[in-house]
Design a protein around this ligand. Structure first.
Ligand SMILES: Nc1nc2c(ncn2[C@@H]2O[C@H](COP(=O)(O)OP(=O)(O)OP(=O)(O)O)[C@@H](O)[C@H]2O)c(=O)[nH]1
Ligand SMILES: [Mg+2]
Length: 402
């Protein structure tokens, strides 16, 4: 039999436990902040915490995800200042969108803001563009070049892509084209082989396609493969594919031009423009048209700012920083036009990317692990700078992604 004193003791212990549970419940966000995963990893995620955990469980073959795994995961951190005030954004020096509509052509080059508030790219009057693109192109076409293109399930892109290469106004006998395919479930390899024959027939110095045996691609539609949680795995795989292609495809050429198979428009003088820059690593803008507006497509091409450098200091070494998952506090290449024709950068994308072959020969590759918070093409830019190579962009040269 329980006497009254014992009952009282049991009830008061229960009371204490319930009070404690209530306290924990009320203070959950604070407690999570102390014991839980790094909130920068989770709270900035566009999908929220549960989606991140769900995706990680899928990756972990359905097994539960531990706190430690979450904390160590390279999920991808969008680098942005959450609580930047509207006044601060205005002070960034961004063009007055009330005064200038993004679908009109400007007759001046906009000043460089402190960071890219938008991904809108203003079109400039043709006379301004011509001033910054003027080139005696014949002076820059004595160089041998290999165009390297990784491909995966690209059968629908390849015909148009090869057509774009044929329309480049550069001596064909100085260009080799090499594709690197892996894991395709469509006819990429077969179509690629056929198109290589066509390129050789047109007078290209060489054209071939390699098949690589690497597994672990991220499959699915655009939304699936661009899920923030999957970017470490996806970009790591792409880096591997690019490095294998580099090893197989580069012979004695002076330049390596990386182009993705899903570009939609290449300016005919792309190669001469990039060679004109005379830099170790140089990229054009990679844009796309959304209704009447032009926008930045390749958000991997950027320059650090005082804000991004400050934010980077707060991260752990193993964290992967991703652009394109919300507003940035870096500067996208098209917003640097106010500085002139060739401007320094800190991150590059692979949409079109010219590298002096000598840099690749000296060990410049696409990091397959996180290097200075980045991987793959952005990792290459960080690695290039750490090796003392110059990384630049040409804000007036425009390539369009599909
Ligand atoms: N070899 C190989 N190439 C790949 C793989 N995934 C993508 N690619 C190719 O690499 C290039 C860049 O890939 P994309 O998927 O376009 O990457 P992205 O431009 O960052 O992303 P999107 O916005 O989807 O275009 C394209 O030419 C693809 O065909 C892969 O797993 N293996
Ligand atoms: Mg692409």
């Amino acid at each position: 039999m329980i006497n009254r004193r014992k009952l009282k003791r049991i009830l008061s212990s229960f009371g204490i436990i319930i009070c404690l549970m209530l306290l924990i419940y009320i203070n959950l966000p604070w407690i999570r902040g102390v014991f839980g995963p790094n909130p920068r990893l989770i709270l900035n995620s566009s999908n929220g915490r549960s989606a991140v955990v769900k995706k990680m469980m899928e990756l972990n073959n359905g097994k539960d995800v531990t706190m430690k795994m979450l904390m160590n995961a390279a999920i991808g951190v969008p680098l942005r200042i959450e609580d930047m005030s509207f006044e601060e954004i205005q002070k960034s020096g961004w063009i007055d969108t009330e005064k200038y509509s993004p679908d009109s052509e400007l007759d001046f080059v906009p000043p460089v803001p402190k960071f890219s508030v938008h991904d809108i790219v203003y079109q400039l009057k043709p006379k301004i563009m011509q001033k910054y693109l003027a080139l005696d192109r014949r002076k820059y076409e004595n160089h041998s070049i290999v165009i390297l293109t990784p491909v995966h399930n690209s059968e629908n892109d390849l015909v148009q892509y090869v057509q774009l290469l044929s329309e480049l106004d550069y001596p064909k006998h100085k260009i080799s084209v090499v594709f690197g395919e892996d894991g395709s479930e469509d006819q990429t390899l077969k179509v690629g082989k056929f198109l290589c024959k066509e390129l050789r027939r047109q007078g290209f110095k060489q054209a071939e396609i390699f098949h690589f045996n690497i597994t672990g691609q991220i499959e699915g539609d655009w939304n699936d493969i661009h899920n923030q949680v999957l970017q470490y795995k996806r970009r790591k795989h792409l880096a591997k594919a690019r490095n294998l292609l580099l090893k197989a495809g580069l012979k004695d050429e002076e330049y390596v031009l990386w182009i993705d198979a899903d570009v939609g428009v290449l300016p005919p003088d792309l190669i001469q423009q990039l060679i004109f820059a005379n830099k170790d690593v140089v990229v054009p803008c990679c844009l796309y048209r959304k209704s009447q507006y032009t926008n930045v497509y390749d958000k991997n091409t950027w320059r650090e700012t005082e804000y991004s450098l400050q934010e980077l200091k707060k991260l752990d070494k193993h964290q992967l920083v991703l652009e394109g998952y919300g507003p940035t506090i870096r500067l996208y290449l098209p917003h640097l036009r106010g500085e002139g024709r060739v401007v320094p950068l800190d991150g590059v994308g692979g949409c079109s990317l010219l590298v002096k072959a000598e840099c690749h020969r000296q060990g410049l590759h696409f990091p397959e692990e996180i290097f200075q918070y980045h991987i793959e093409t952005e990792g290459l830019a960080k690695l290039a700078k750490s090796k003392g190579f110059g990384v630049y962009g040409m804000p007036f040269v425009e390539v369009y992604h599909k």
